[in-house]
Design a protein around this ligand. Structure first.
Ligand code: UDP
Ligand code: MG
Length: 308
């Protein structure tokens, strides 16, 4: 029996890239022996002609499916929608901008048939990304993997193949704040990776600015580690110990030399230092409380307007 392959592709204002994408993906998929495929296109609230073009493909080829989200929910939510809808025995997540080369897909399928449950696309050359993006990304992974108990492999994006059992495991993770890279790593399974060279974007602009990447990184830390709040217990203890020694020192000095009343500077420095430290720690607590708040509301991760 032929196996079923589902491609999940998130689209947000990708009008310029769609036709390139479809033109390069079709021959690759048709070239894989013994497989039926479907492409689950998730329109993440595009405001340009993306949806219209996608529906066009849907009408000419029944293997295209389109999920239309009611607004822009972000790539993580779009991927979740795609995973919920995909029916294949294996699912491949791929960006619409051809930065993930379709030529790798047959190799991924081969590795899956050879027994892998997860096949990662690993970027061996990211020179198409800016130096700053590469550096900050590698710092993020280094720090994240030190703080959290799960390891996110470096230089791996969302581009990957997953067996049905992995998809079912992912669907059982109920969290609303979805840091997909972390969730993927959390479920585990037998994993292999395939190297590829990250191509420049085929058309259009990146959807992730510096600030949204920063928020994304915060999301990653707080979703999988409580080290950032635990840190304050240690800092507080260290500060308390130090101030005890300092108190002892001042008391002894006063007993020995009397009280000549300076000390304005040390007092002032201590006040501003410790109050700022407290505010930072409250902010950190707030990060987590905010996330608890978002989770307790139990809102759906995405809202569908229509499917085609
Ligand atoms: N994307 C999305 N919703 C968003 C942001 C991005 O569906 O809110 C999609 C986008 O259309 C593309 C993929 O996610 O298919 C990757 O985005 P992009 O290429 O901008 O990210 P980069 O490659 O720069 O990290
Ligand atoms: Mg891209």
């Amino acid at each position: 029996m032929a196996s079923q392959l589902s491609l999940i592709v998130p689209f947000w204002n990708e009008e310029a890239a769609i036709s390139h994408f479809v033109r390069s993906i079709l021959p690759v998929l048709d070239g894989i022996a013994d497989t039926d495929w479907e492409i689950v296109c998730v329109d993440d609230g595009s405001s340009d002609g993306t949806l219209r073009e996608l529906i066009g493909f849907c009408e000419t080829d029944r293997r295209f499916r389109v999920l239309e989200l009611s607004r822009n929910f972000g790539k993580e939510a779009a991927l979740t929608a795609g995973l919920d809808a995909a029916t294949g025995d294996a699912v491949i997540i791929i960006d619409a901008d051809l930065q993930d080369p379709p030529e790798i897909i047959p190799k991924m399928v081969q590795a899956w048939r050879d027994g892998a449950e997860v096949v990662l696309g690993k970027r061996i050359d990211r020179s198409s990304d800016s130096l700053l993006k590469r550096k900050t990304a590698s710092w993020f992974y280094a720090l994240h993997n030190r703080l959290a108990h799960i390891r996110i492999p470096g230089n791996v994006g969302d581009f990957r193949l997953m067996d049905r059992c992995v998809v079912e495991a992912l669907k059982r993770l109920p969290e609303r704040q979805r840091f997909m890279k972390g969730l993927f790593a959390w479920v585990g399974f037998r994993t292999v990776s395939i190297d590829y060279v990250r191509a420049p974007r085929a058309a259009g602009m990146t959807k992730f600015s510096g600030y949204s990447l920063w928020n994304f990184a915060l999301e990653g830390f707080t979703s999988f580690s409580s080290a950032p709040i635990r840190l304050w217990t240690y800092l507080g203890t260290a500060g308390a110990l130090l101030s005890m020694f300092y108190a002892l020192f001042i008391v002894l000095r006063t007993i020995v030399w009397g009280n000549p009343v300076p000390g304005y500077t040390s007092l002032f420095v201590a006040i501003i230092f410790f109050s700022s430290v407290q505010i930072i720690s409250i902010g950190m607590l707030g990060e987590y409380i905010g996330r608890i708040y978002m989770e307790t509301k139990q809102r759906p991760i995405y809202v569908l307007r229509r499917t085609y």
